[in-house]
Design a protein around this ligand. Structure first.
Ligand code: FES
Length: 90
């Protein structure tokens, strides 16, 4: 009987706090796993927003990744040392 190898872990920073994630995991999954919600606020009414479609269409999951604003967290994959910033509390 063979066993599947465990996935490798990477360390990302979410709003300045180090967090472990599995290599290859989406940034959305890393945020959800870390208990981060919401990830941004509606620019007009300030309502909390977060991932909805999970496939790059709705833009509700936008965060800043390594300084790049407006990155879709659902289609981005974590990488070791990645800096993820949400706009939920600004
Ligand atoms: S969850 Fe819809 S674009 Fe990311």
């Amino acid at each position: 009987m063979s066993t599947r190898p465990l996935p490798e872990h990477v360390t990302v920073t979410i709003d300045g706090t180090p967090s472990r994630a599995w290599a290859g995991q989406s940034v959305t999954a890393a945020l959800v796993t870390a208990g981060v919600w919401p990830v941004r606020r509606n620019q007009v009414n300030g309502e909390p927003r977060g991932p909805f479609c999970g496939m790059g269409v709705c833009l509700e999951c936008e965060v800043t990744i390594n300084g790049l604003e407006g990155a879709r967290s659902c289609t981005a994959h974590v990488a070791d040392g990645m800096d993820i910033r949400t706009a939920a509390h600004g």
